[in-house]
Ligand binder design. Structure first.
Ligand code: PXL
Length: 276
C-alpha cells in the first residue's frame, strides 16, 4: 500500500473533540499523511457551549492554496467537514479543482445538522450551497437530517426502507455519486449505515447505544476516510467506522460528565487493528 497524502478542510474547535482535533489524529493513526486547512478557529464547538469565539479564516484559504500550487503540492484525497460559510464552500470547490491530483478521492461530510435541526449559524441557503459541494464529491457522508435539508425531503424519526430510498434517490438527483448515510435504524435496539455505491444499496447494522455522544459524526467520517485510504472497500470502510464509533461511545460512557465530545483516544488502537 503506497503512502497516501490527504488534505482535510474543517475548523479547529480548540476544545470539544470534533473537526480537526478528531480528523488529524484519527487519519494520521491510520498511517496516512494528513495535511490540514483550518477554515476557522473557535474556542469550542457550537453545540452546548455558550459565548464561544469564532475567527473566520476564509480569506486565508485562497492564499494557502496558491502557495501549495506554487510548490507543486497535490493530494491523493480531500476530505471536508464543518465549513463556516457559503464563501468557504466556494473556496473548497476551487481547492477541488486545483490541488487534487489525478486520482484524488473527494469526500464531503456535510457537517451542518443533526436531530432535525441545523447547527447554530446555518440556514436553508447554506444547506443548498452544501448540496452543490456534495455534487462535486466522490463520496458524501450525511446523516438523515443533513440529507433531508439538502434534498427538501421531510425529516422523519420513524421511517422505513421506502423513506431511505427516497432520500437516496433525491441525493442522486442533486448530483451525489456515492452515499454513506449514517444513523439508519430499521428496528429497535439497532442502527447502522446505508451505502449507495455505483447505484448498489447495502446496509451494515450494529447495536444502538441508548445514549450517543457528541462528535461521532466527525469520528465516523475520519475513520471512514482512514480505512478507505488503506484500500478497504467502501462497505468495509463504512463498517469499520461504525464499529469504531460504537467503541468510542462505550468508552465515553465510562467518563462521567464528558458531555461535549467522545473519548476516542483510548480506543483508537481498535480502529488500527480493524484496518491492519
Ligand atoms: O461536526 C461537528 C462540529 C464541528 N465544528 C463545529 C461545530 C460542530 C458541531 O456542533 O459546532 C464548530
Amino acid at each position: 500500500m503506497s503512502y497516501k497524502k490527504i488534505l482535510t478542510v474543517q475548523d479547529i474547535s480548540c476544545v470539544g473533540q470534533c473537526s480537526l482535533t478528531v480528523a488529524l489524529p484519527i487519519i494520521s493513526a491510520c498511517g496516512v499523511e494528513t495535511a490540514v486547512l483550518p477554515s476557522a478557529v473557535l474556542s469550542t464547538h457550537t453545540a452546548g457551549f455558550k459565548g464561544y469565539t469564532f475567527r473566520d479564516l476564509s480569506d486565508d484559504m485562497p492564499d494557502i492554496c496558491a502557495h501549495w500550487l506554487k510548490e507543486g503540492i497535490t493530494f491523493d484525497a480531500i476530505y471536508t467537514g464543518y465549513l463556516g460559510s457559503q464563501k468557504q464552500i466556494e473556496y473548497v470547490k476551487n481547492i477541488f479543482g486545483s490541488v487534487a491530483n489525478g486520482n484524488c478521492v473527494k469526500v464531503v461530510d456535510p457537517a451542518m445538522a443533526d436531530n432535525g435541526s441545523l447547527y447554530p449559524g446555518f440556514d436553508a441557503e447554506f444547506a443548498k450551497a452544501m448540496a452543490s459541494l456534495c455534487a462535486e464529491a466522490d463520496y458524501v457522508i450525511p446523516n438523515i437530517t443533513e440529507a433531508a435539508f439538502m434534498t427538501g425531503v421531510e425529516y422523519k424519526t420513524e421511517y422505513d426502507r421506502a423513506y431511505i430510498d427516497l432520500l437516496l434517490s433525491k441525493l442522486c438527483e442533486i448530483g451525489c455519486k456515492n452515499v454513506i448515510l449514517t444513523g439508519i435504524s430499521y428496528r429497535e435496539g439497532y442502527t447502522g449505515v446505508v451505502c449507495l455505491v455505483d447505484g448498489e444499496y447495502s446496509y451494515y447494522e450494529h447495536e444502538k447505544m441508548p445514549k450517543g455522544s457528541h462528535g461521532t459524526g466527525d469520528i465516523y467520517a475520519s475513520a471512514f476516510v482512514g480505512a478507505l485510504m488503506n484500500g478497504k472497500s467502501v462497505y468495509d470502510s463504512a463498517r469499520i467506522a461504525a464499529d469504531f464509533c460504537v467503541e468510542c461511545i462505550k468508552e465515553t460512557q465510562k467518563h462521567e460528565n464528558h458531555w461535549y465530545g467522545s473519548a476516542f483516544e483510548p480506543v483508537l488502537y481498535k480502529l488500527i487493528e480493524a484496518i491492519k
